[in-house]
Design a protein around this ligand. Structure first.
Ligand code: HEM
Length: 123
């Protein structure tokens, strides 16, 4: 039986993000990019980003493309790193949720990652 429900609340978004970084931080391929991040700052920041993406909630005022262009200058990210990021994100969504918002989250992650992978390389 499938007990998964859709992403419907800020608490759902928070759970998704915490679970995602629970995978990303120890990950052998992309984990090293996250070493030394202030998680008390990063988790609420990313949660507010995804609340904006999925529900149009105001609050996130950052600029993810510029942030990753800067990151790339210090720690180059390969297209394969972005593909792996998307795999981890997608599998985290699928483990926790099912529904229209869950599908939207996976699609948005995939398309933002593709744009980001392109931008970090041309900037
Ligand atoms: C290989 C893939 C990725 C890696 C290694 C990565 C890593 C990071 C790191 C280390 C930061 C912190 C930067 C800093 O504070 O100096 C960051 C910030 C962030 N990331 Fe990523 N990221 C990746 C892909 C993505 C994707 C695909 C998205 C969105 C779908 C995303 C969303 C964000 C957001 C919203 C921030 C906060 C930016 C801000 O407002 O300061 N990341 N990422």
């Amino acid at each position: 039986m499938n007990h998964r429900t859709d992403i419907t609340s800020p608490a759902d978004v928070r759970l998704l993000i915490e679970r995602f970084y629970g995978k990303a931080r120890p990950d052998p391929i992309i984990g090293h990019f996250f070493t030394g991040l202030d998680w008390d700052h990063h988790i609420p920041l990313i949660t507010s980003f995804w609340e904006m993406v999925l529900f149009g909630t105001e609050g996130y005022t950052g600029d993810p493309m510029t942030a990753h262009v800067k990151l790339h200058r210090h720690m180059p990210m390969q297209p394969t790193d972005f593909q792996h990021w998307v795999r981890l994100f997608t599998s985290t969504v699928d483990e926790l949720f099912a529904g229209a918002k869950a599908e939207e989250a996976k699609q948005r992650a995939t398309s933002i990652a593709a744009v980001m992978a392109y931008k970090v390389r041309v900037n």
